[in-house]
Design a binder for this molecule. Structure first.
Ligand code: PGA
Length: 267
């Protein structure tokens, strides 16, 4: 059911927010473990956060030990990437199967920092398919660069990237998290405005309407990423129509990350 462009069914049926920590290549092994413990301690103190799925994405090499610490908690383990082939002679790549063995439930795919290194829409799509096959929820990133934005290409870029993910995709009963991450907002301290994320959400929604049957759209959650802090997260949730955030810099400090989670507890 749609009123003023808003799919009410979707909003009624999804009650969870997703807050995802992307630690990139910023922490060493010990730092990852210490930060994990601090985040868990902080979450224990806040009992009102059961409407939030918190996900930590450390480096591949830290997944196993971070996973052990998370084992008895409600916080989930995520990876920062994976390969699109099941197994084989692919030096340096990491398979979905290995991630599953380590307890990984989510995987970031198509982050702009990987697209910048050469990852194409086609590879992003293949990784999404492999993640779904392995029952790992993909957190797929899309977003325009500053140049594309200034040249009025935002719509075109979002359309191309979203279509590459969803056209003829066999979603089954699996979930996908779609992160709108304008590249110019990542790691810059200049977050987008809630109005930007709202416009992007409406645009993405239109594309989804074309490629995903309405009854399956509730399996797709749209979140925002790019210079999120505890000061701006509420705007993206309340005005920007986002159901969570992908957090880089602000997730590297337990206090900052926890204050983001606290801001949306029981919203
Ligand atoms: P940022 O990173 O929060 O540091 O901007 C977000 C991301 O890269 O996902």
């Amino acid at each position: 059911m749609r009123i003023c462009g808003i799919d009410l069914w979707k909003f009624c049926s999804i009650s969870m927010y997703h807050i995802i920590a992307n630690w990139k290549m910023e922490l060493d092994f010990k730092e990852s473990l210490t930060l994990t413990k601090k985040i868990l301690q902080g979450l224990k103190k806040n009992r009102k956060n059961d409407n939030i799925e918190t996900i930590l994405c450390p480096s591949f090499t830290d997944l196993e030990e971070v996973g052990k610490i998370l084992k008895k908690s409600k916080v989930e383990l995520g990876a920062q990437d994976m390969f699109w082939k099941e197994e084989g002679a692919f030096t340096g790549e990491v398979s979905a199967k290995v991630l599953k063995e380590l307890g990984v439930k989510y995987v970031i795919i198509g982050h702009s920092e990987r697209r910048k290194l050469g990852e194409k829409d086609k590879e992003v799509r293949k990784k999404v398919e492999m993640a779904l096959k392995a029952s790992i929820t993909p957190i797929v990133c899309i977003g325009e660069t500053l140049e594309e934005r200034e040249n009025g290409l935002r719509e075109e870029v979002l359309f191309r990237q979203t279509r590459a993910i969803f056209k003829n995709l066999k979603l089954g009963n699996k979930k996908i998290i779609l992160a709108y991450e304008p590249v110019w907002a990542i790691g810059t301290g200049h977050a987008a405005k809630p109005k930007d994320s709202c416009e992007a959400e409406e645009l993405i929604q239109k594309i989804l309407d074309e490629y995903i049957p309405e009854k399956k759209q509730k399996q797709i959650t749209i979140i925002y990423g790019g210079s999120i802090t505890s000061k701006n997260i509420s705007g993206f949730i309340e005005k920007g129509k986002m159901l969570g955030g992908l957090v880089g810099g602000s997730s590297l400090n337990a206090k900052n990350f926890l204050s983001i989670i606290n801001k949306i507890s029981k919203k």
